[in-house]
Design a protein around this ligand. Sequence first.
Ligand code: AMP
Ligand code: MG
Length: 325
Amino acid sequence: MNILAFEGTAHTASVAIVKKGKIVTNLKHSYTTQQPTGMVPREVAEHHASHLKDLTLQALKQANVSMREIDVLAYSAGPGLGAALQVINSFVTALSIKHNLLLYPIHHSFAHLIVANYIAKAKDPLYIYVSGGNTQLIMLKDNLHPVVYGETEDIALGNALDKLARELGYGFPGGKHIEDAAKKADKFIEMPYTVKGMDLSYAGLVTFASKLKDKETKENIAYGFQEHAFAMLMEVAERALAYTEKEEVVLTGGVALNSRLQEMLKSMAEERGIKYLKLEPQYLGDNAAMIGVAAWHFHLHGIEPLKSEEAFTKPRWRIEKHLEW
Ligand code: AMP
Ligand code: MG
C-alpha cells in the first residue's frame, strides 16, 4: 500500500510517502519569523497554501511514484491552528476527489508517538511528548489507545519557550534561540518550580522570567528558565516511569531537539536502568512521515479510511479521542 501523507497543524507544511510501512520521502517547509512575533494564523495558512503543491510534486518525483500508484491519502486533522488545518483539509479533499482516493484523518499527537514505534523500534514505552502545542506523558494501550499520565495545566513547554524568546527579542520558533543563549550563561537564577501531582504549569515561569529582562542577561534568563522547566518535566516523567514500570522512554515533539533536555533524560534513564530511545531529528518536529506511518498503523489494525465528503478538522481534539471520527 502506498500512502501520500500531509501535515500542517502548525508552522510546518510537510508531505511524505510511505510504502508498505516504509518512509520513502519526507519533505517539509516551515513558517518562521525574524521579528519577535508568534505564529500569525493567516500567515501560516498562506504559507501552507503556497508550499503544498510543490512539496507534493517533489515528494512524488523523489519517491519515483505517480499519483496513479497512490492507494490512500492521510492528513493531520487536528489538533492545531484552525486556519492551517483548513488549508490541509481543502488540499487533500480536492486530491481525493480528483484521484478517487479515500483518506485517513490522523490525530497529530498520536502520529508523533506511533512513529517512534516504527523508527526507534519502541515496543511499549513511556512517551514524553513536548512540542509547541502539547506537553504530555503518555503510554499506549495495545499500541492504539492513549492514556495520559500527566500534562501541562496551562501552556505547552514549546509555547513557553517561544513566548520567552519573543520577550527576549528573538524570532519564531524560539526554542533553539533559548537553547543557544543558555549555553553562554554564567549565573544560575532561582525561578518558580510548579509541579502539581503529575501535572505541570509553565505560564507563571514565563511571566517570572520575562520580568527579569531589564535586570539580568538574556543568557542567564534562558539558562535559569531551561533548568527549571526541564527539571519539572523530569520529575513527573520519573514518577510516571516508577509507577508504570516501563522499561523504555521516548522523547518526542519539537522540544525534544533540545540537547540539554536530552542530556537530562539520558542521565535519568541511566540511573533507572531503562532504555532511552532516540529518534532522528527529522521525526521529532512536525513531519508528514509520522502521519503516513500512523495511517499504515491504522490499516494494519483494520481501521477503514473515510470518503472525501467525510473529511473533517478538529482544532481541539484530545488524544484519548483520536479514534472518534
Ligand atoms: P513541533 O510543534 O513538534 O514541531 O515543535 C515546535 C516547538 O519546538 C516550538 O515551540 C519550538 O520552539 C520548539 N523547539 C524547536 N527546537 C528546539 C530546541 N532546540 N530547543 C527547545 N525547543 C525547541
Ligand atoms: Mg507537533
